[in-house]
Design a protein around this ligand. Structure first.
Ligand SMILES: Cc1cc2nc3c(=O)[nH]c(=O)nc-3n(C[C@H](O)[C@H](O)[C@H](O)COP(=O)(O)OP(=O)(O)OC[C@H]3O[C@@H](n4cnc5c(N)ncnc54)[C@H](O)[C@@H]3O)c2cc1C
Length: 369
């Protein structure tokens, strides 16, 4: 019996679990090491903040998925890998041994880069934590009187969707508040997306009265205020940080090759470039030959080739290379039951675009829930 160990219940690993459940390998045992038993589906989180989905609708219960797939679940946080002894080291629990290992633990916004963020900002990752924090926060806002300034820092797809979702939800629940949502970002919004998408989103921000501050990196957060580039302070009763993804610090201790930002370096089969027994996918991995943005859509797409390659290696066959799509459809919910879809140079907006996104997301969730 060989042990395939999966660290993290990310988007690619839920597919691996399902696939091994449907077609089990006679002589392989699958173990998932997961820090959170309920893993969020990132595509639906802004919809959860906006009030369109319940907590259950946008989370996958890994205990049930493992039970259905015949996999063992170890509810623990991985803290390192002893590659000589082939063991995954866990926080407060005995290590788990592996013959083949795969890592899909995601990423977290780099809060350390903004002074005071760790103390004063509401972290958006782990997203499971954001779910709980958001429910508490929106509950408190129901009785808020007078000015309410909420700042989202980070103008990528996650930050843009979150700012729009927060604005929509708080206008519904904080009836006695005079709300001002601000999105502040270091460069422009949606770097790397089409100019048409920038135009549409800027127009939506203007229409909704959400203040958009581009080329305004946050430098410091204190109680009730954010300091932006140039030294100006802005009032902020709550701050959400959705800045550039950073890698888990424990990767450095594994001795595995990392990219320049500390993410696990993998080849075009998703195997580590320094250890053929270790695979990695999703945000935590960088395909050196095919670099793509750190986005859930790529983690989802890596599920099938990852499952296939883990199976091949367990059977003693060579892993197969794959090339991730270069252009992808990105649909950003605007929180108010509408959405903007963008691919290549075009962008379209409408209520039907939200229905389309909702259909795609619910369909994906149905496969794993
Ligand atoms: C607010 C917000 C909205 C977003 N919206 C979108 C969107 O609409 N579309 C899109 O494509 N992307 C979106 N993103 C980006 C998206 O969240 C990530 O790209 C995506 O979640 C990455 O998936 P993953 O499989 O790599 O990891 P994750 O989904 O982050 O999963 C990681 C898993 O690993 C577990 N884990 C972590 N560390 C450990 C450990 N040490 N030991 C054991 N388990 C561990 C976690 O519990 C979790 O289950 C959004 C991000 C944010 C913050």
């Amino acid at each position: 019996m060989r042990d395939l160990v999966l660290i993290g219940g990310g988007h690619a690993h839920v597919h691996v679990l399902k696939q091994f459940g449907e077609k089990p390998l006679q002589d392989a045992r699958v173990t998932l090491v997961g820090r959170d038993v309920e893993t969020p589906y990132s595509g639906m989180i802004p919809g959860f903040v906006a009030g369109h989905y319940s907590f259950e609708e946008c989370h996958i219960d890994l205990a049930r998925l493992c039970a259905r797939s015949g996999a063992r679940l170890v509810h623990a946080e991985a803290t390192g890998i002893d590659r000589t002894g082939r063991r995954v080291l866990l926080k407060d629990q005995p290590a788990v041994t592996y013959d083949l290992l795969s890592i899909d633990v995601g990423s977290a916004p780099n809060v350390g880069a903004i002074a005071g963020a760790e103390q004063w900002a509401i972290p958006v990752k782990p997203i499971a934590e954001l779910g709980r924090r958001w429910l508490e926060f929106s509950e408190r806002m129901k009785t808020w009187q007078g000015p309410l300034n909420v700042t989202v820092i980070g103008g990528g797809a996650g930050g843009v969707e979150l700012a729009l979702a927060i604005d929509h939800r708080l206008r519904e629940v904080a009836k006695a508040a005079s709300l001002q949502v601000t999105l502040a970002t270091k460069d422009e919004i949606l770097v790397g997306q089409a100019a048409a998408a920038h135009r549409r989103l800027r127009a939506i921000f203007l229409r909704r009265g959400i203040r958009l501050l581009e080329h305004a990196a946050a430098e410091r957060i204190e109680r009730g205020a954010v300091q932006l580039e140039g030294g100006q302070w802005h009032q902020a009763d709550a701050v959400f940080v959705v800045t550039e993804a950073s890698a888990a610090p424990w990767f450095t201790g594994t001795g595995l090759p990392l990219d320049e930002r500390g993410f696990l370096a993998v080849d075009d089969t998703l195997a580590s470039t320094g250890d053929p027994r270790i695979f990695a996918a999703g945000d935590c991995a960088t395909m050196l030959e095919h670099r793509r943005p750190k986005a859930g859509v790529f983690a989802v797409r890596q599920g099938p080739p990852l499952a296939d390659n883990l199976r091949r290696v367990l059977r003693g066959e060579p892993a197969r290379p794959f090339v991730p799509q270069r252009r992808h459809l990105s649909i950003l919910g605007t929180g108010d039951g509408r959405a903007v879809a963008t691919r290549g140079a075009w962008a379209i907006e409408g209520r039907w675009v939200w229905w389309w996104k909702d259909h795609i997301d619910r369909k994906w969730m149905r496969m794993y829930r």
